[in-house]
Design a protein around this ligand. Sequence first.
Ligand code: SF4
Length: 367
Amino acid sequence: MIYIHIPFCRRKCNYCAFNSKVGGADEKNFYVAALVDEINSRGDSSAVETIYFGGGTPTTLTINQLEKILGAVRKNFRVDARAEITIEANPGTVDENFLRGLKNLGFNRLSLGVQSFDDALLKILGRIHDSRAAIETVTRARKFFSNVSVDLMYGLPTQTLAALRRDVETLKSLDVQHVSIYGLEVEEGTKFFELAREGKLNLPAENVCADMYDFITQTLPTLGYHRYEVSNFARKNFESRHNLGYWTGKKYFGFGAGAHSFDGRLRTSNVRDVKTYIEKKFSVVEEVVTRQAAMEEFCFLGLRLVDGISARNFEKNFGASIFDVFGAVIEKNFRRGLLEVDGDKIFLTTRGMSLGNEVFADFLLPS
Ligand code: SF4
């Protein structure tokens, strides 16, 4: 698995805490050169089944720049002929020529940051696109790609349940293969955080957010999207193979500013600052994943999946029974109706899915 981080966006959205910034043409050229250097220096001919270009907005680069990066990956790794190759894109950044160019490069999955089809909400979020551009881009993308994913957000300032219903209606008409849903989280360092502090962020009440969550998680399955992870829904066989890899503890390479890598034992993260990254200071932080941390991750990442985790696999990986290590946590959340145990499988209930973060936190043992 390979993740490539492109930190550039046309504009910084009001809620965004990702490692992204507005970049100039020169900075992008230098960044691509540094990225290619990093890939060349770390390539080890491993077999690769998924590649994911995330950001930021990777489609703020040119086709030529993306070709250079993908070329370096192909040169330094054994990319499977059936690899899933995803690129994140934003409405308003891709025309037909660009989409054709992406397809010709070998991208076969497009993940579109739509967030909403409501013009007023898009404006509040500070997105560069409006509803028309979102619909046009998704429709255009469907012509070139048979695997298109759309991100939708809920719990947005001034958003009502009726507005979310309209978003889901529009989504339905676009017939994409995959949907990711995100509840707004107001994070430090964002414009929304400042507004919230000044009491100027008009967020929906908690019970309205809960209704939105229930509505969207109950409606998507009726439209043919099965839920396979806390926030992800897909048509059959269109689950994101790349993200499934993270949740099941596969090894991965991360290239670019702030990108993380994991070799099964050691986790490294690249320097986050773009300027410093360009100056060729790639991997700076190394963290050995202890046995305890690996056991915790196995649980809280695996529990994100609707299928949950296998007690047998836990024992195979760690030589200990999951019930000996996490028995008290499992029992507590079972009693609260958040976890279910069925033979070998341990998984979140529907209620547990909505309170997932509380359950995951319980799996962090005192060190
Ligand atoms: S497009 Fe995405 S990454 Fe870029 S600023 Fe907006 S939310 Fe952040």
